[in-house]
Design a protein around this ligand. Structure first.
Ligand code: FVH
Length: 299
């Protein structure tokens, strides 16, 4: 039995949509669809989370089946892949001809198995990954990466764009997750390096906040370097970006011994030095930092 606060059948203006999962992100997505005039059906394990959306004009379904039956365009936004498996696994009604858009974070292999699952049931599958905060859904501060069915993406790109900026990464359903996990990892790689560096500054009694301000200024120079290194890796031509490895390696010993003299972790700097030494030993001492990629990448 589906209910709506307004007693009407919802706004008929735009395509009907279904949203499974009304956590912080799922609720923001459902609200964006309601506000843009979609006849929106929602379902959530904890049913009370449907109330604010029903008050906004959505219809609440009592079961995932009922929610799936309500629309051809079905969005899933749950905590993790285990929750997706559980909820989709409980669906018995036909998915034939439907478009399943999974916006739950997860791995490329999970996305590929979801795509197989959906295709075996006659549904088109789009895997989407969200970068951004729930309050920003519907603005360009949220970016969504998609992969999977090209025809589904092309057909439904306008509705996907109602959630934020979108990018399509290819028919391989795992590619959006590749992009997402890499972007998230990039953040952690950068920020853990920053925290390690702050621990050195702190150990020397330098004011961390002021140093962070200075770094915020100096890292502004990095974006062009990142693109340049990408190009170098693409072409295999490694110029002396950041200077030659031979010169950089000489500095690393001081950097490591300084940290160790302060009792601060040096494991990451040791990794960098070890890679530099190997690349120099291989005869590439005049190349730059990007050439270390040759030691990291699985060729
Ligand atoms: N929130 C954010 O800032 C980030 C931004 C980037 C993308 N993430 C991803 O979005 C997915 C949903 O995250 P969320 O923030 O909505 O998460 P919660 O508010 O914790 O809601 C979780 C929903 O999942 C339901 N759920 C959990 N386990 C199960 C299960 N076994 N069976 C059915 N539903 C399940 C939960 O239901 P309930 O607890 O309300 O009953 C919520 O609907 C996520 O992948 C982020 O990585 C968000």
């Amino acid at each position: 039995m589906t209910t709506t606060a307004t007693g009407t059948t919802g706004s008929l203006a735009a395509d009907p949509v279904t949203v499974l999962g009304l956590g912080d992100m799922g609720s923001a997505i459902a609200r964006a669809f309601v506000e843009r005039g979609h006849r929106t059906t929602v379902w959530n394990r904890t049913a009370s989370k449907c109330r604010p959306l029903v008050e906004a004009g959505a219809s609440a379904a009592a079961t995932p089946d009922e929610a799936v039956e309500a629309s051809r365009f079905v969005v899933v936004c749950l905590l993790d892949s285990a929750a997706v498996d559980e909820v989709l696994g409980s669906v018995t009604s036909s998915l034939a001809g439907k478009v399943l858009v999974n916006l739950t974070s997860g791995s490329p292999s999970q996305a590929r198995s979801n795509e197989r699952w959906a295709r075996e049931r006659g549904a088109e599958y789009l895997d989407g990954k969200i970068m951004g905060d729930p309050p920003d859904v519907g603005t360009s501060n949220v970016s969504l990466s998609f992969s999977g069915s090209r025809s589904a993406f092309d057909a439904h790109e306008p509705i996907l764009r109602e959630l934020g900026g979108v990018a399509y990464h290819g028919e391989d359903a795992g590619l959006a997750a590749v992009e997402f996990l890499a972007q998230v990892a990039m953040g952690y790689e950068l920020l853990i390096g920053f925290l390690h560096t702050l621990s050195v500054v702190h150990a020397e009694g330098v004011e961390v906040e002021a140093f962070a301000e200075r770094v915020a200024g100096s890292v502004a120079a990095y974006p062009p370097l990142l693109t340049m290194m990408g190009k170098a890796i693409g072409s295999g031509e490694y110029g002396p970006d950041l200077g030659s490895l031979r010169v950089q390696a000489a500095l690393m010993d001081d950097l490591i011994s300084h940290r160790e003299s302060l009792g601060v972790e040096a494991v990451r700097m040791r990794e960098v030095k070890e890679l530099m030494d190997r690349r120099i030993a291989d005869g590439h001492g005049e190349q730059g930092f990007s050439s270390l990629f040759e030691l990291l990448a699985k060729r």
